[in-house]
Design a protein around this ligand. Structure first.
Ligand SMILES: [Zn+2]
Length: 151
């Protein structure tokens, strides 16, 4: 069987079912080598991957919170366009808390409020393309609202 067809990476086997956000098919649990087609820093990282859609999502690191299989996805599967949108959104959102313009929790609360969604649902990893666009506008409004003394 070709690498990536079984839901296992080395000795890590998962029974978790993750569905592709695009085709509705079952995503495969694979190493980064399958996603990127070559070895690299991602070789030891786990992903959920749908080959026909060229969509994937990384996993939380193996630990006591997320389990030792490391199969807990960071969000929904994302295709090229969504991965790009999320990167752009992170580039405007993350400075809010990384540069300490506000605490991280406040940044997420402000974004959730602006988007009219509960804070518990405010995870960029779970946003679709429209939500990324909406969040991008909201984040710029939040940044515009910061006084120059905040930054
Ligand atoms: Zn798919």
């Amino acid at each position: 069987m070709e690498a990536g067809c079984a839901n296992e990476i080395g000795s890590l086997v998962t029974t978790r079912v993750v569905t592709c956000s695009y085709c509705g098919g079952r995503a495969k649990f694979v190493s980064g080598d399958v996603v990127y087609g070559r070895t690299g820093p991602w070789s030891s990282m786990a992903f959920w991957y749908c080959a026909p859609c060229k969509a994937w999502v990384g996993c939380h690191k193996r630990n006591s919170k997320y389990g030792f299989i490391g199969d807990e996805p960071l969000g929904r599967l994302a295709d090229y366009e969504l991965r790009r949108a999320k990167r752009i959104l992170h580039s405007v959102f993350d400075p809010l808390w990384k540069r300490k313009w506000m605490p991280r929790g406040v940044a997420y609360k402000s974004l959730a409020k602006a988007m009219g969604i509960p804070v518990k649902d405010c995870h960029i990893g779970y946003f679709d393309l429209n939500q990324c666009r909406e969040a991008y506008v909201a984040v710029n409004d939040i940044r515009m609202g910061l006084s120059r003394f905040d930054r």
